[in-house]
Design a protein around this ligand. Structure first.
Ligand code: GNR
Ligand code: NI
Length: 173
């Protein structure tokens, strides 16, 4: 497995609609495995392919607590096929929007269709933080970041902070 570089906003690649995986082949399996390693090293609970610059509909998720047995999910072409009427608010962060957080309201439960690491079609229902995380990752595949769910005011504050952080980093190089 290999560690990949995580790209941060504002980057045009994070705003693209990703294309579906045609077949879960060895290259897709390797991408899934590398993404999971990258996510663990960054101590994230999910990661979408565009965050490592690959514009394919692939996500990985593992919300298990540190030290507990891990339960990674690797999905190609994930799609929400059912969402609950009930909504929950959750404080979200994103590895591509470092050091910024905001409360996002999303369906409390979702049912998701996807292809697993063996290319088999599956459907699973998620709740709790897993439901929030899977929806956050699927958003990435359509070029949507959690800041896009915030008010324009909050979004602009975060975008300006990111641009400033980038300027400071560029000046130091
Ligand atoms: O690590 C992450 N934590 C998180 C917290 C609340 C809601 C969503 C997330 S996903 C995020 C990793 C990430 O950026 N995935 O795209
Ligand atoms: Ni994210």
């Amino acid at each position: 497995m290999a560690k990949l570089e995580i790209i941060t906003a504002p980057d045009p690649r994070l705003k693209q609609t990703c294309r579906p995986v045609e077949r879960v082949d060895d290259a897709v399996r390797r991408l899934m495995d590398d993404m999971l390693e990258t996510m663990y090293l960054a101590t994230g609970i999910g990661l979408a392919a565009p965050q490592v610059g690959v514009l394919l509909r692939v996500i990985v998720v593992d919300v298990s607590k540190e030290g507990r047995e891990s339960s990674p999910l690797k999905m190609a072409n994930p799609k929400v096929v059912w969402r609950s009427d009930g909504l929950v608010r959750y404080e979200e962060g994103c590895l591509s929007v470092p050091d910024n957080f905001g409360e996002v309201e999303r369906p409390e439960r979702v049912r998701v269709g996807y292809l697993d690491r063996d290319g088999a079609a599956r459907e699973d229902e998620f709740d709790g933080v897993l439901a929030t995380c899977v929806q956050h990752e699927i958003d990435h595949l359509d070029g949507v970041l959690f800041v896009d769910h915030l008010s324009a005011l909050k979004r602009n504050i975060i975008i300006r902070r990111l641009q400033k952080a980038r300027r400071i980093k560029a000046a130091a190089e």
